[in-house]
Design a protein around this ligand. Structure first.
Ligand code: 9WN
Length: 404
């Protein structure tokens, strides 16, 4: 019954070769959404899970980047802003999102082995990670920098407020998101003005270089390190042990750089490359390094996760922002609400570090919350009430995975 409901959401969001996060709010293919969706879809329709990822990588740029949106040609151009005419990049946007794809590819393969699928995507995944390493090391410390809040996947995180304050907001555009979502649950108009300015500046620079927003995000970098470990697993499956060793070394290098640059007093913080300073906001991105099995600082990070700022095990899911911070807002997008993908990732991290009871508590809570809220996009961590879109793609997909 529960599995049937989650599967029905993914069926309803299926476009024929990819899945939309939401029919109303996000009617195209999104990069990291597709990876999470494939992780769930593999249990019900492995061929569709493979198709999902192959479709996304068919839009990979020549420089290796995997675009954050692949626009559906069958959907009206004004259904989402900013659409293809804003980006002027064919069928895609020019930004990226966190690299969770290698993890998804390996998971899909392990559920239903398909060597052709793996061998097709392995060089593309390598090129993707290589793009990040070579074109995005703005700080010169072996960490990837994002150039837009949308690249973090956590758009209006309070960690971006400081760096964003340098950006002059654009005006004269029409937000389409407010046709489908409550204004109180979405980023503010002021945030949107800055998002649009940063995106058009980047576009006008030919989607290269760095502007006013340049940030090393612990979430993005942890997911890259985890993706390199997944790539090692893929190389092993393909009988390439030397390449596998190289991927493991690369993962270790990112982990070391994160610890040297982003770690301070029990937490991983973002670093503003323009000022050279860490941003003192405790957001859920700083918990994602728990994904790394060899993390020396894991006990201290777990203490922060279970302490007053995140209260894991005592609230619904994993709050996206520090419960004790003045900016905490339980209903507004990435400024407090719990998201299923973050909960799913943190649960993996808890399992890596032997926290089985807490991991099981989180699993049961994520499933109960998703089913009760009709697969809400995000939920209030204090009450469990649903916010944002319903029938949301990754919420349904990751529920399937947690039920498997
Ligand atoms: C901008 C699709 C995406 C997610 C992001 C989430 C939201 C887009 C938006 O929706 O961002 O990319 O329009 O708000 O923040 O994580 O990938 O579900």
């Amino acid at each position: 019954m529960d599995v049937t409901r989650a599967t029905a959401v993914l069926d309803g969001n299926w476009l024929g070769s990819s899945t939309v996060p939401s029919r109303s709010l996000y009617p195209h293919q999104w990069s990291w959404d597709s990876a999470f969706i494939a992780i769930g879809l593999r249990h019900r329709a492995p061929a569709r899970a493979r198709r999902e990822l192959l479709t996304l990588f068919s839009a990979q740029w020549r420089d290796g980047r995997v675009p954050h949106i692949l626009f559906d040609p069958g959907t009206p151009a004004d259904a989402y802003f900013p659409g293809p005419s804003f980006w002027r990049a064919g069928r895609t946007s020019g930004l990226v999102q966190p690299p969770v794809h290698a993890r998804a590819v390996l998971a899909v393969h392990r559920t239903e082995p398909d060597r052709t699928f793996l061998a097709t995507l392995y060089p593309k995944l390598r090129a993707w990670h290589e793009y990040l390493r070579t074109h995005r090391d703005a700080g010169g410390r072996g960490l990837v920098a994002i150039v837009h809040p949308w690249e973090s996947g956590m758009d209006n995180s309070p960690a971006w407020d400081g760096p964003l304050a340098r950006v002059t907001p654009s005006t004269g555009f029409v937000r389409r998101d407010l046709d489908h979502g409550a204004a109180a649950d979405r980023p503010s108009d002021d945030d949107y003005g800055r998002y649009v300015r940063l995106a058009s500046d980047y576009r006008d620079r030919g989607y290269t270089g760095f502007g006013e927003f340049v940030v090393e995000d612990p979430g993005f970098n942890a997911l890259l390190a985890d993706a390199e470990l997944a790539l090692a697993g893929i190389a092993d499956e393909l009988g390439l042990p030397a390449a596998a060793a190289t991927h493991r070394e690369s993962a270790a290098r990112v982990a070391k750089a994160m610890q040297e640059t982003l770690w301070d007093d029990g937490f991983f913080f973002a670093r503003d490359v323009r000022t050279g300073r860490r941003v003192p906001e405790y957001t859920c991105a700083g918990l994602l390094p728990l994904l790394l099995p060899d993390l020396a600082v894991a006990p201290a990070l777990l203490a922060t996760a279970t302490g007053p700022r995140f209260r894991l095990g005592h609230v619904h899911g994993v709050p996206s922002h520090d419960l004790t911070a003045p900016a905490f807002d339980p209903g507004r997008y990435w400024r407090g609400p719990s998201w299923a993908n973050v909960g799913w990732l943190v649960r993996q991290g808890l399992l890596h570090h032997g926290e089985h009871t807490l991991a099981e508590h989180l699993r049961a809570d994520l499933v109960e919350t998703a089913l009760r809220t009709d697969f809400a996009e995000y939920v209030d961590p204090l009450t469990g009430a649903g916010h944002g879109a319903r029938s949301f793609g990754w919420t349904a997909a990751l529920t399937l995975d947690l039920l498997a």
